[in-house]
Design a protein around this ligand. Structure first.
Ligand code: XCC
Length: 649
């Protein structure tokens, strides 16, 4: 492989011990990883600030980032128009990714309820009824299949609805919805919103950054309250709603005497079908006959988090560890579907003779073996993957080095489970959470989510930020690759309550939960939106999501999907901080608009900090500001039963 010119110190790249060990091995093996290229290829100074317009052939036009208003593009587009358009296109791409994923899940649901897909069934009928009822679909006395067909038709509107409001807005608190209506940003179907976003950001169309921002929000809302939410709900209906489960995380889950298969990507169907195949007695026998102790299925990134949350399947690590795990030499097959799959995984796999298999027609990789997964018959594909992995096991020729680290954590929290665990079976609800926020034991709630990025020391900001937050009595909800970081750091165990502030620790110890709750993959950020709506409906914390003492953060983000997620949180009313970099020219009107002005319209706003301590400081200050506005900024002790009060009754 190409020689890396100047190697960056491993301790500057990652805080993950296993990834550190594997980077060191890769260097000895002469294998280049993306960390090395991130060091070698400096980020483009114009692109990093999104200051280039390349939407037509009169350009590309480059803005002066030091003096943003000293020039305009050839057509006259200002820096605000250019940066807003670019931002809008990132949101459109991120929204497209989540909604296309959601649509695939919906197609699968249709196949199951019409009997065309035989490998899966409806695992959680109660969730099906709950979602149907939330969308005003009659359930009383009706057959499950009848309700399911109506639900399918209703949910399809999330994508195809040309006019009006998508069904899921019925879950939005009234005041938040009112603000959207006032601004004209209630989403229609995602196809319509993405199409309009792309149109409006083309040359010579929308050239008013405030107007562009409206469509940016509308598109993002079609993701959070649309495509992502449908994806989560359908996955729960088909594969089961998560409930807390003890999981193993880190590269120590790879076993040298087993057939190791890594599943990486985003659509749960691949890993769910792999689980069916791995349990097949014939394939199990074949694996043992090959001299192995069995088939070891392991998830990574969001596919892994989905199945970890539902079934407790072991997880080897996040986005920045997907090449590193191949360096162990012990991976017999890595199979992928869509999103966050680095093209060079193929090359690294080749260096260790690992079978590298793509399965989705939308995402092929040059040189990879493609075994297409047909959702009507998924196990034909997954059986073949296992057979290939077994054949690679039989011919293993590379030296194997598996890091010994395995962390344990409790993951698999859903908004339904949070409701149940706080109130119990017969009085489940968000009252205990709201009450503990009002009495000050819990200062507020934070969502810490998203990717890792080779330009930011792996896991460092996720872990440091969360430590600061829980120390300040802020309950943390998590999705995406952030969870792997926190699990490896031991923060997703109930014992981590000892690192929390006194109030939060007391609540965690009483309920028996960790101060950091893992809610699943990135599309499951929709669980955070539903939880926030429930908190508003429960009462005592204001009338809209914007009133809640809550904030969000993606400290090491890298994907356009993260920008779409950030924007739907902002439009829903949440102060959202991003770390490491932000695609904007500083000192522009557009920056002021999305970092300050949106808040006055009952939305949230964006924030930025380049280190975890400043991120925490911004989030805590915002939560304090909201507590003050609610009049709950003074810690009150709850008097359960004073004798004096009783006597006066
Ligand atoms: Fe990708 Fe979802 Fe980011 Fe991880 S968190 S790097 S988007 S896998 Ni979703």
């Amino acid at each position: 492989m190409a020689k890396v010119k100047e190697l960056i110190k491993v301790e500057d790249i990652t805080t993950c011990d296993s990834t550190t060990e594997m980077i060191t091995k890769a260097r000895k093996d002469g294998v280049e990883l993306f960390f090395d290229r991130a060091n070698e290829i400096k980020a483009c100074p114009i692109g990093v600030q999104s200051a280039c317009c390349k939407h037509c052939a009169m350009g590309p036009c480059r803005m002066n980032t030091n003096n943003p208003y000293d020039r305009v593009g050839v057509c006259g587009a200002t820096v605000d128009t250019i940066v807003a358009r670019n931002f809008g296109r990132m949101v459109a791409a991120g929204t497209a990714a989540h909604t296309d994923h959601g649509m695939a899940m919906l197609e699968l649901f249709k196949g199951v309820i019409t009997g065309k897909v035989k490998d899966f069934t409806i695992k959680d009928p109660q969730k099906l009824y709950e979602v149907a009822e939330a969308l005003d679909i009659e359930t009383e006395g009706r057959e499950l299949k009848e309700v399911a067909l109506d639900l399918y038709k209703e949910l399809e509107l999330t994508y195809t609805q040309v006019d009006g409001e998508i069904p899921m807005v019925k879950r939005v608190p009234e005041k938040t919805l009112e603000s959207w209506r006032k601004e004209g940003i209630v989403p229609r179907g995602a196809m319509r919103e993405i199409m309009e976003m792309m149109h409006r950001s083309a040359m010579g169309v929308d050239q008013d950054y405030e107007n562009i921002t409206k469509q940016i929000s509308r598109t993002a809302l079609a993701d959070g309250w649309g495509g992502s939410m449908v994806s989560t709900d359908i996955s729960d209906i088909l594969f089961g709603t998560p409930a807390p489960v003890e999981v193993e995380m880190d590269m120590g889950v790879v076993k040298d005497d087993q057939i190791n298969i890594i599943v990486h990507g985003h659509e749960p169907i691949l890993l769910e079908a792999m689980m069916v195949s791995a349990a097949d007695p014939d394939l199990k026998r074949l694996a043992v006959d090959a001299g192995s102790k069995g088939i070891n299925l392991i998830g990574m990134c969001c596919s892994g988090l989905d199945v970890l949350s539902r079934h407790g399947l072991p997880h080897a690590g996040n986005f920045s560890s997907t090449e590193a795990v191949l360096v162990t030499g012990a991976i017999d097959a890595m199979t992928v579907d869509v999103q966050c799959i680095k093209q060079d995984l193929m090359k690294v796999a080749e260096c260790y003779d690992t079978q590298f298999i793509t399965t989705n027609y939308r995402a092929k990789i040059e040189g990879a073996t493609h075994i297409e997964l047909d959702e009507h018959d998924p196990t034909t594909c997954t059986d073949e993957i296992i057979v290939k992995a077994i054949s690679r096991f039989k011919t293993r020729s590379h030296s194997i080095q598996i890091p010994k680290n395995v962390a344990r954590g409790i993951h698999g929290f859903s908004h339904e489970y949070i409701k149940y665990m706080l109130g119990g079976s017969f009085r489940s609800g968000y009252e205990p959470l709201n009450e503990n926020i009002i009495n000050g034991r819990i200062k507020g709630v934070a969502g810490v989510v998203g990717c890792t990025n080779p330009r930011s020391k792996q896991d460092f900001s996720h872990v440091e930020l969360v430590k600061e937050l829980i120390k300040n009595d802020i309950l943390v909800l998590q999705t995406g690759c952030s969870q792997s970081a926190l699990c490896k750091a031991g923060l997703t165990t109930p014992g981590a309550a000892s690192l929390a502030g006194e109030g939060l620790a007391e609540v965690c110890e009483t309920v028996g939960i960790p101060p950091v709750l893992g809610l699943g993959a990135c599309v499951d950020n929709s669980r955070i939106l539903v939880a926030a709506s429930e908190m508003v409906r429960t009462g005592g914390l204001g009338d809209s999501i914007a009133d809640l003492p809550a904030a969000g953060c993606a400290p090491e983000w890298m994907s356009e999907k993260a920008i779409a997620i950030g924007q739907y949180f902002v439009a829903s009313g949440v102060f959202t901080v991003f770390g490491h970099t932000f695609p904007i020219v500083q000192g522009t009107n557009f920056e002021k608009h999305i970092f300050e002005e949106l808040e006055s319209k009952d939305f949230g706003k964006w924030g930025f900090a380049d280190n975890p301590y400043d991120m925490a400081r911004l989030m805590i200050a915002h939560i304090d500001k909201k507590r003050e506005a609610l009049g709950i900024n003074i810690k009150k002790e709850r008097v359960l039963a004073s004798m004096e009060d009783r006597r006066s009754l």
